[in-house]
Write a protein that binds this ligand. Sequence first.
Ligand code: PAF
Length: 283
Amino acid sequence: MIVVHTIKELQDHLNEHRKSARSICLVPTMGNLHAGHLQLVSSAQQHADVVVVSLFVNPTQFSANEDLGNYPRTLQDDIDKLSSLNTDILFAPSIAEIYPLGGDNTTHVHVPGLTDILCGATRNGHFDGVTTIVCKLFNMTRADVAIFGEKDFQQLAVIRRMVRDLNIPINIIGEAIVREADGLAMSSRNGYLSKLERKTAPVLYKTLLSVKQDVLNGQNDFETIEAHAKSELAQQGFKPDYLHVFQRDQLRPAVLGDKELVILVAAFLGNTRLIDNLNVNIA
Ligand code: PAF
């Protein structure tokens, strides 16, 4: 695996691959890689000849009160994991390389509407930071394909919309959530949980499963189901941010007759904000 830190080095390597007509897949990450990320890399290898993983803890997607300073940075460990998977290129730039004029002074990409709801309602500016860095990475790599985890369901929807709205010539692939044995969705933020919180955390997924069962049993008063699930979570020690049953493709509240649904949840456990989601298909 080649590790590069500058855009110039990255592009020099990719241009060589392009001369041989090799296709390129980008896997954007913020590092601290777990089995979910490694699944993205394996999937990327099925979709293109050359796999580039980017590792950049992007400051513009964290607001002032969030965990930018504490976000786990484990570069050597990440390099070891990616090399063992035969990743082709790791791009690990500095902040100055990405935002030479500073994050606040850079042109940014804003996807309207979709970014005002769910996580966007409380994480001010978060999705603008995500779309800006992802658009920059797409332009730096000119990748044919990019892969994102479905755990960040809204992020994936926002990126798909950006690609469509800006006619970016890239194919976006969503990869299924990878879970721990007890059902907890893998996330770098799980490392923040205390032992006790870690024991409680799988309740989030169990709540999604129980809402799914309610919906499959024919309950269709979604607001009541949501309120009930949120109060269950609160009883178990979570501070729920939202739990919604949404129509999957349009990412809007589900209404009677919708068949392809997704249940989305965000909740704090102590100081750690966890998110998860689960698809429901009504026959
Ligand atoms: O999902 C993430 O890890 C980040 O939001 C991403 C897509 C790498 C952009 O910084």
